[in-house]
Design a protein around this ligand. Structure first.
Ligand SMILES: [Zn+2]
Ligand SMILES: [Zn+2]
Length: 123
Protein backbone atom coordinates (compact mmCIF):
# COMPACT_ATOMS: atom_id res chain seq x y z
CA UNK A 1 0.00 0.00 0.00
CA UNK A 2 2.78 2.38 0.93
CA UNK A 3 4.71 1.57 -2.29
CA UNK A 4 1.63 2.29 -4.40
CA UNK A 5 1.25 5.73 -2.81
CA UNK A 6 4.93 6.54 -3.35
CA UNK A 7 4.77 5.61 -7.04
CA UNK A 8 1.67 7.69 -7.59
CA UNK A 9 3.21 10.65 -5.78
CA UNK A 10 6.42 10.37 -7.82
CA UNK A 11 4.41 10.29 -11.05
CA UNK A 12 2.32 13.35 -10.09
CA UNK A 13 5.41 15.22 -8.90
CA UNK A 14 7.23 14.38 -12.14
CA UNK A 15 4.28 15.51 -14.23
CA UNK A 16 3.90 18.79 -12.34
CA UNK A 17 7.62 19.50 -12.59
CA UNK A 18 7.54 18.84 -16.34
CA UNK A 19 4.53 21.13 -16.76
CA UNK A 20 6.22 24.01 -14.95
CA UNK A 21 9.73 23.82 -16.36
CA UNK A 22 9.94 25.85 -19.52
CA UNK A 23 12.85 26.60 -21.81
CA UNK A 24 13.53 28.73 -24.87
CA UNK A 25 13.52 27.21 -28.34
CA UNK A 26 15.04 28.80 -31.43
CA UNK A 27 13.81 27.44 -34.75
CA UNK A 28 14.09 28.50 -38.39
CA UNK A 29 11.04 28.24 -40.66
CA UNK A 30 9.70 29.76 -43.88
CA UNK A 31 9.05 33.48 -43.33
CA UNK A 32 5.70 33.60 -45.15
CA UNK A 33 4.50 30.54 -43.26
CA UNK A 34 5.47 32.18 -39.97
CA UNK A 35 3.50 35.32 -40.84
CA UNK A 36 0.44 33.22 -41.74
CA UNK A 37 0.75 31.17 -38.55
CA UNK A 38 1.06 34.28 -36.38
CA UNK A 39 -2.03 35.81 -37.99
CA UNK A 40 -4.12 32.64 -37.59
CA UNK A 41 -2.91 31.97 -34.04
CA UNK A 42 -3.67 35.58 -33.06
CA UNK A 43 -7.25 35.24 -34.39
CA UNK A 44 -7.69 32.09 -32.31
CA UNK A 45 -6.12 33.61 -29.20
CA UNK A 46 -3.21 31.16 -29.25
CA UNK A 47 0.52 31.73 -28.85
CA UNK A 48 3.17 30.18 -31.09
CA UNK A 49 4.65 28.55 -28.00
CA UNK A 50 1.32 26.88 -27.21
CA UNK A 51 0.94 25.66 -30.82
CA UNK A 52 4.46 24.26 -31.00
CA UNK A 53 4.25 22.67 -27.56
CA UNK A 54 0.92 21.06 -28.42
CA UNK A 55 2.33 19.62 -31.64
CA UNK A 56 5.52 18.38 -29.98
CA UNK A 57 3.46 16.70 -27.24
CA UNK A 58 1.44 14.98 -29.96
CA UNK A 59 4.60 14.06 -31.84
CA UNK A 60 6.19 12.39 -28.82
CA UNK A 61 3.13 10.33 -27.89
CA UNK A 62 0.09 10.91 -30.14
CA UNK A 63 -3.31 11.14 -28.44
CA UNK A 64 -5.86 9.34 -30.59
CA UNK A 65 -9.58 8.59 -30.45
CA UNK A 66 -10.84 5.05 -30.95
CA UNK A 67 -12.94 4.81 -34.12
CA UNK A 68 -15.28 2.36 -32.38
CA UNK A 69 -15.80 3.45 -28.74
CA UNK A 70 -14.64 7.07 -29.18
CA UNK A 71 -12.49 7.10 -26.04
CA UNK A 72 -9.05 8.68 -26.22
CA UNK A 73 -5.74 6.95 -25.62
CA UNK A 74 -2.06 7.58 -26.24
CA UNK A 75 -0.34 5.62 -29.02
CA UNK A 76 2.41 4.68 -26.56
CA UNK A 77 -0.12 3.04 -24.22
CA UNK A 78 -1.30 0.36 -26.59
CA UNK A 79 -0.16 -2.51 -28.79
CA UNK A 80 -0.23 -3.07 -32.54
CA UNK A 81 -2.41 -5.93 -33.83
CA UNK A 82 -0.16 -8.60 -35.35
CA UNK A 83 -2.89 -9.49 -37.85
CA UNK A 84 -3.85 -6.06 -39.29
CA UNK A 85 -0.95 -3.86 -38.13
CA UNK A 86 -3.23 -1.19 -36.60
CA UNK A 87 -3.22 0.08 -33.03
CA UNK A 88 -5.53 -1.83 -30.68
CA UNK A 89 -7.82 0.37 -28.54
CA UNK A 90 -6.86 -0.24 -24.89
CA UNK A 91 -10.49 0.38 -23.82
CA UNK A 92 -12.56 -1.81 -26.15
CA UNK A 93 -9.95 -3.87 -28.04
CA UNK A 94 -11.02 -2.64 -31.51
CA UNK A 95 -8.59 -2.66 -34.44
CA UNK A 96 -8.89 -2.95 -38.24
CA UNK A 97 -10.01 -6.59 -37.82
CA UNK A 98 -13.39 -5.40 -36.43
CA UNK A 99 -14.24 -3.03 -39.31
CA UNK A 100 -16.01 -3.40 -42.63
CA UNK A 101 -13.92 -2.53 -45.71
CA UNK A 102 -15.75 0.80 -46.23
CA UNK A 103 -15.22 1.95 -42.63
CA UNK A 104 -11.62 0.71 -42.64
CA UNK A 105 -10.98 2.73 -45.80
CA UNK A 106 -12.35 5.92 -44.18
CA UNK A 107 -10.29 5.37 -41.04
CA UNK A 108 -7.19 4.64 -43.11
CA UNK A 109 -7.47 7.98 -44.91
CA UNK A 110 -8.05 9.83 -41.63
CA UNK A 111 -4.95 8.14 -40.24
CA UNK A 112 -3.00 9.47 -43.22
CA UNK A 113 -3.68 13.01 -41.93
CA UNK A 114 -1.84 12.11 -38.72
CA UNK A 115 0.95 10.45 -40.62
CA UNK A 116 1.41 13.45 -42.93
CA UNK A 117 1.53 15.70 -39.86
CA UNK A 118 4.02 13.45 -38.07
CA UNK A 119 6.04 12.74 -41.24
CA UNK A 120 5.78 9.05 -40.44
CA UNK A 121 3.67 6.44 -38.74
CA UNK A 122 1.73 7.19 -35.53
CA UNK A 123 3.63 4.40 -33.74
ZN1 LIG B 1 -12.24 1.63 -28.35
ZN1 LIG C 1 -6.36 -6.33 -36.04
Amino acid sequence: MKIKYTRKYTYIYGYMRMAKERTKLTITINRELLENVKEKAHKKGLTLSKLIENFLDFYVNPKLYCFKCGRDFRAGETEICSKCGWLICPHCGACRCNLSDDVASAVYHMRRVYEDLLIGKVK
